[in-house]
Design a protein around this ligand. Structure first.
Ligand SMILES: [Zn+2]
Length: 125
């Protein structure tokens, strides 16, 4: 089991018992390590650490990946979302995965692999 490090830039500065580690007499507050983190897509040990990261790096990250600088419009061309029927029964051969257009309400069937593929979409980009 490999441990992940909390990516919070100030994680080690918070005085909690579980962060205090080391040999008796020379203990230090340390960055939290866990097999999984609960926040920020498994990168941060707490909301605090997630916020600390954003406060320090958020502007740079937004500038790097592209800042929204004009209004976006929801239209028929980009209103497709993936949907799944949770009442699906195994004896029903019809696909329970589908794309639904939230404007026109049109539905189109999806395969399970299309549903699971985070890059697959009917939306125009
Ligand atoms: Zn942390």
């Amino acid at each position: 089991m490999s441990l992940k490090y909390c990516q919070g830039p100030k994680c080690h500065t918070y005085h909690t018992k579980d962060r205090l580690k080391g040999i008796k007499g020379s203990k230090t507050y340390q960055t939290r390590r866990r097999s999984s983190m609960y926040y920020g897509d498994d990168n941060f040990c707490s909301m605090n650490c997630w916020n600390d990261w954003f406060n320090k790096y958020g502007d740079q990250a937004i500038d790097h990946f592209g800042r929204v600088n004009k209004v976006k419009h929801l239209t028929e061309d980009n209103a497709w979302v993936k949907d799944y029927d949770y009442n699906y029964r195994d004896d029903n051969p019809k696909s329970n995965y589908r794309s639904v257009n939230t404007i026109t309400k049109e539905q189109r069937p999806l395969t399970e692999s299309q549903y699971d593929d985070s890059t697959y979409t009917l939306n125009e980009r």
